[in-house]
Design a protein around this ligand. Sequence first.
Ligand code: G
Ligand code: G
Ligand code: MN
Ligand code: NA
Length: 254
Amino acid sequence: HSYLQSLEKALEDGELDFFIQPQISSENRHVAGGELLIRWIPPKGEMIQPSQFVDYLEHGEFGKTFLNWSINRSAEILVRLKEELGDFVPISLNVASSYFSEELLVQPLVKCMSNYDIPFENLEIEITERVLAENPKEVMRTLSHLREKGFPAAIDDFGTGYSSLSYLRKFPLDRLKIDRVFVTNLAENEEDRLIAVAIASLAHVLGLEIVAEGVETNTQGSFLKNIGCEYFQGYLTGKPMSVDDFISFYRQNE
Ligand code: G
Ligand code: G
Ligand code: MN
Ligand code: NA
């Protein structure tokens, strides 16, 4: 019995589900949305973090099955948020490079969101900077299709992936997520502060909004707000939590 088989069974048995990590507006601290992060919750025992199985989500047949499940589950979550909170709350979905195509990603997204009657602007697609650098042509095509349809796109883990600036300028993106390696030591490390400032000005020149990841303290938060980061995502704003907990969290922060 391989790990992959256990994972396939876990998906069938409903043991995989999304948690949501809130993103707040740096301006008024309201919940602006959240990132979907997958969790394996076995009926007995500890929750399993995605680092244990993320490779399987990003390759082969299971990756395809998982992506289709993810799209459908995102739609169900959006509908649930609307029912509970009175309106859609935008969420973001991580998509692996192997599936970043019009056929595997954009068409199923359009079909599913249309079936559920969800305006496409409510589901943002996150792609890591690494992927963008690896396969710029295909990524560019897929991003253009997403933009055409009205799905927002974000570049994730920014600062860790060596993307060329000439490419970055041409990609139809909406938001840039500063990787948490530049956020963690902001208070102590002058070099990290300078890098954060440089990334923020680059993002704004490119017309991208900024999400700072891994924000844990108010000191980091005020620095990031001052350099123009529009959104925070990190333990300061909330850990990844179940959809039920996210709904309560949202209500408390209204
Ligand atoms: O909390 P955290 O351990 O959730 O997530 C670790 C990493 O796993 C994330 O940075 C992300 O890259 C990846 N990840 C989490 N959820 C998903 C998902 O639904 N799909 C894909 N492809 N990757 C995910
Ligand atoms: O998609 P991405 O690789 O950015 O996923 C975010 C990862 O970072 C998840 O594993 C999540 O649990 C983790 N994370 C989110 N907020 C914080 C934080 O404030 N501090 C730390 N150390 N990790 C965080
Ligand atoms: Mn992400
Ligand atoms: Na990230």
